[in-house]
Design a protein around this ligand. Structure first.
Ligand SMILES: Nc1ncnc2c1ncn2[C@@H]1O[C@H](COP(=O)(O)OP(=O)(O)OP(=O)(O)O)[C@@H](O)[C@H]1O
Length: 420
């Protein structure tokens, strides 16, 4: 009798969790599989001392808009999925990021990358500081929290790899290379068609205690140099890969998915940072791989059949986590200083292009400020706003259904656990 009841509960639970997963996915898809968050850092001491003013203006009631005051006093208007103001802290940033990172537990590949000029806070957002930990640590903390809360029904194994791409060479950050030449690592296609880096250390992690030490070890090995724009400039792309192996203890279904957390090297143009010699060579490699990333994004946007993933180590490695049904989040990091206006506009224009990629049924709006003058465009905009409103309502109602399902799921989960 008890066994029949347990069987019924387990069946109900499986049905509810698959419905929850479907609804959750629908919400993410409606919001867009490629999302862009903009984060503006505060003016720093040097900028204040030199009398540079802030060119970034934020709408107090709008959490997804910002305006940049151009040199000709006109205002350029940008819209993203969320805009973080200088006073927004790491918790506020992670609160918006959390739903995307946790979908890796449902078996989805996820890629989060921070893009922007040197010194705009890419490392601050991803890595953070011991007092103000960033997305990387908070993500692992959240993954442990979620996996523990499901531990009677799902078994998860989490492992972490850390690597950097420096001058188009892949370097394992979890290997101490000080006494010997670094092992040469390459991207290879596996029998299943996925991109792998054979030989890369995959350190299994069991709880948050060990994670911070591991991350610190990797960060310490990273290639850092000094440019005129940032004293502690990262000259490499730093990638943290979390591999999640999941096993459903009720139906035995297994998943293996990757979450990439990428702190890209600075995107500034060479002339700006007064580089020479080794620094110049680094900048050329950085620019080449960032433009390869731009080309991949442009190809995804125009839906061409050939996506040039192989043009750089960075895009080749991320091939399975960029585009398609993967969830991608880009942080575009900007400086508020009038001295950085040109670079800020370049970054925001690039980010608008990324946001313009249509993925899933969500229709996105790119930066339209330049076209607004034309009446025709204004009408189109009005129509798109109406459509967006409809979509937002749809998302809201789905979100409500999702919350209800999550509630039911939790109740059933508790019952199954009590029965066991
Ligand atoms: N939102 C923020 N709030 C407070 N301080 C910040 C913020 N963003 C960045 N900073 C500070 O600005 C400085 C530069 O930031 P960071 O090194 O993260 O920039 P970056 O974009 O990673 O630069 P690079 O490309 O040269 O590595 C650091 O001292 C950092 O602590």
């Amino acid at each position: 009798m008890a066994a029949t009841k347990l069987g019924t509960l387990e069946k109900q639970y499986l049905e509810e969790s698959s419905e929850r997963k479907r609804l959750y996915n629908e919400v993410i898809e409606l919001k867009g599989n490629i999302r862009v968050f903009c984060r503006c850092r505060p003016l720093n001491q040097a900028e204040i001392a030199n009398g540079f003013a802030s060119v970034a203006e934020f709408e107090p009631t709008q959490e997804n808009e910002l305006q940049i005051l151009s040199s000709d006093s006109s205002k350029k208007h940008f819209k993203f999925d969320h805009v973080f103001k200088p006073e927004d802290g790491q918790e506020a940033v992670f609160a918006q990021t959390k739903p995307i990172v946790t979908s890796v537990l449902d078996g989805y590949n996820v890629c989060i990358f921070a893009y922007g000029q040197t010194g705009t806070g890419k490392t601050f957002t991803m890595e953070g500081t011991p007092e103000n930990r960033g997305v990387n640590y908070r993500t692992l903390e959240e993954l442990f929290r979620c996996s523990e809360s499901k531990s009677h029904l799902m078994k998860f194994e989490l492992s972490v790899s850390m690597l950097e791409v420096y001058n188009e060479k892949i370097r394992d950050l979890l290997v101490d290379n000080s006494n010997q030449p670094p092992k040469k690592l390459e991207v290879k296609q596996s029998a299943e068609g996925t991109q792998e880096v054979p030989g890369l250390v995959e350190a299994q992690v069991y709880n948050t205690d060990g994670v911070w030490d591991l991350l610190k070890k990797g960060y310490a090995v990273r290639s850092v140099g000094s440019t005129a724009a940032n004293e502690q400039s990262s000259r490499s792309h730093c990638l943290l890969r979390v591999t999640v192996k999941g096993e459903n203890l009720i139906n035995g279904q297994r998943t293996r998915s990757h979450l990439w957390l990428v702190d890209l090297a600075g995107s500034e143009r060479v002339g700006k940072v007064e580089v020479e010699g080794e620094r110049l060579k680094e900048s050329q490699f950085i620019n080449k791989s960032l433009s390869a990333l731009g080309d991949v994004i442009a190809a995804l946007a125009s839906k061409t059949s050939h996506i040039p993933y192989r043009n750089s180590k960075l895009t080749h490695m991320l091939q399975n986590s960029l585009g398609g049904d993967c969830k991608t989040l880009m942080f575009v990091q900007i400086s508020p200083s009038s001295a950085d206006l040109g670079e800020t506009l370049c970054s925001l224009n690039f980010a608008s292009r990324v946001r313009g990629i249509e993925s899933g049924p969500a229709r996105k709006q790119a930066d339209v400020s330049e076209h607004l003058k034309s009446k025709q465009m204004a009408e189109k905009l009005k129509h798109e706003e109406k459509e967006t409103k409809k979509l937002q309502d749809n998302v809201q109602s789905l979100q409500l259904r999702l919350t209800a399902r999550e509630h039911i799921c939790r109740g059933l989960q508790d019952k199954v656990v009590r029965f066991n």
